[in-house]
Ligand binder design. Sequence first.
Ligand code: FEO
Ligand code: CA
Ligand code: CA
Ligand code: CA
Length: 744
Amino acid sequence: MTDYLDFNDDYDSNNSGNAEFTQILQKNINRRELIKKTAGGAVALTLAASLTGCSDDDDEPNNSDNPTPPSTEPDLTAKPSSLKFKAVEKNTLEQFSVPEGYEFKILHAVGDPLNSSLPVWDENNIPSGISYERRVGDNHDGMTFFGMNAAKQNYDATVSDQGLLVMNHEYLQRGDLHPRGNAFDPKDITEDEALREIYAHGVSIVHLKKDPDTQAVSVDLDSPFNRRITAASEIEFRGPVTKNPTLVQTAFSPTGLITRGTINNCGNGYTPWGTYLTTEENFNQYIARQTEDDAGDVRDAMTEHAISRYKVSNKASGYNWQSIKAPTLSSVDMFSRWNTAALADTAQEDYRNTINTFGWIVEIDPFDNRSRPVKRTALGRFAHEDCRVSRAIEGKPLAFYMGDDSQGEYIYKFVSATNWNPSDINGGYAAGDKYMDHGKFYVAKFDFNEATGEARGEWLELSMNNPKITSYEKYQFKDQVDILVHARLAADAAGATKMDRPEWVAVNPENGEVYVTLTNNSQRGTGHAIDAANPRQYSDDDDATNRLSGNINGHIIRFRETGDDVTATSFTWDIFLFGAEADSIPGVNLSGLTDANDFSSPDGMWFDDRGVLWLQTDDGAYTDTTNCMMLAALPGSVSDGSVQTATAGTGTQKTPMGAKLDDSKLRRFLVGPAGCEITGVTMTPDYKAIFVNVQHPGGTWPANQAENLISTGRAYSRPRSATVVITRKDGGVIAGESLETPKA
Ligand code: FEO
Ligand code: CA
Ligand code: CA
Ligand code: CA
């Protein structure tokens, strides 16, 4: 295979619009709208997306050159004082339920074309596998709306009436995806099926329009911006690991400059310069390790330790793509590269390094469809769930907070070596090079002093400066590249805290505090010892078979960097919320959840720029009572609560918990159809349309709510993952009711 070394030399020069964009901002928006005073007193230049959400401070004179006249109208895009929409009741319906006065539409579902020239999806005539390279993928997950400046065709975070909706497709519903339906068997997967599966993974970019009067959202099927990045797309490595001869060079790219595909894209992130971040979570499930003679792929002891820590076993993969040996529709390496065994004499002649080409944060510029996306290797390799950037403050570094979603795995942060400069907005991959290729990499350790009630944490540096890493016995690290590729091993060596499956991360725009969902952990109290940050071990009273144990319903931890400085190596923390059934015992339902807001297995999570926290569930524990859901919350701040006593097996564990929230501060906004996970959340900057994804619904959804469909599929019965947009029937601001004058 050839390395396209001369490909698009000018890929990183797409920053021509920066100055103009900044000038427009400065002309049209006075400085007090750009600068937002935070709860901690720090001054943050919030993302442009928050411009419409900034409430005016009345405690300083307006000395702008271009003052806006004082208004007597309330700012309906300010942070709501309380939640006033009627909470959606728990239910197990095969329906998507929203509050009274709200409505929803299904924008598109798996298999829908991204171009009007392609035939519509038809369950009786499922499109070819190859065509999925231009169709919506499966199992929609993390998602971000990027407003578009129509004239410049680039990012404008103040625009709501058109933009690019970018979303992940995490994995597949194989029994619903292929023509043979439930008769599908991976043991005899065909090339057409393998191609459909490879292309149904990855990311979709979809051009949307929103009518400013009716708020109706539509997909522009003729937009040149509509495209897919799939498990077969070419992607560049950047950062320290790029070109490493022993770790990332392959037959596809003997120089190790590029690789092929992104996979199991779960949570997401977005940068202040207007790019999308997708994550590579359970990549191990796709990778085979097979030799022709079945003798096994035997490597040196250190490599074996690393491979087993990343959970790749010495056999076929569950997806079995590597089994396609004589393709007629595509190249051999489309399939052979999924086998990470050392089969040839050198790493440049086989795919022994495939395992190291996944598990990264991938940057995608949705507005640049000429350049390759980029794997940002300085942010480490693990089962990346999510990646949330700290508040963008001019002249300060950016931090990227990340979770590794597996039982007992860790929370990480990367701190940029470069200070944020707003002129990099619309700087594309060149801005990514600046902020994501150089910096420090850390993992979190949580401590709690029961005597004083002090909850502190430490960021442990993952570098060759850390003696615990250089003296680690189980794995001898050679250099920083080795640490980044084997971040889990470095975090083991450093002594990080094993968490209850870190999922999404959210940053509070008011004060910079960082929230992390810890979805559940059946091993807590058994395989993983109880601690104050992961304090609960219990059983479910209604579960006669004792199927469930450990931390069944999950919790959300939050922390505040010392001095509100993202470069700090210490922080304070508490537990924001404990998931629970409303009727659980007090040592389990520590947050005092009620029927209006009880939930289980928090997963997706996002702060909108007003400071409303959106919380989504991916649950299998409380589904006898309710389907998965999304709640809205108005949080306080770290240390606003008190020390509580959690049920921990036969004993108890003290834990610092945030202030309890009543249902005016935490309430259920929607419930998804039976069988689904609710995941991915983003809004238009005017807060009038909110998007969520329904992943792997059951029954016949969305066909059974066909009146809500605006996608192009024909009548059908197979359940399909889909993107939903929710608006208010009166066109008002989502969850903004408390700021409105009551109607007479
Ligand atoms: Fe893909 Fe951890 O949820
Ligand atoms: Ca139960
Ligand atoms: Ca998830
Ligand atoms: Ca999950």
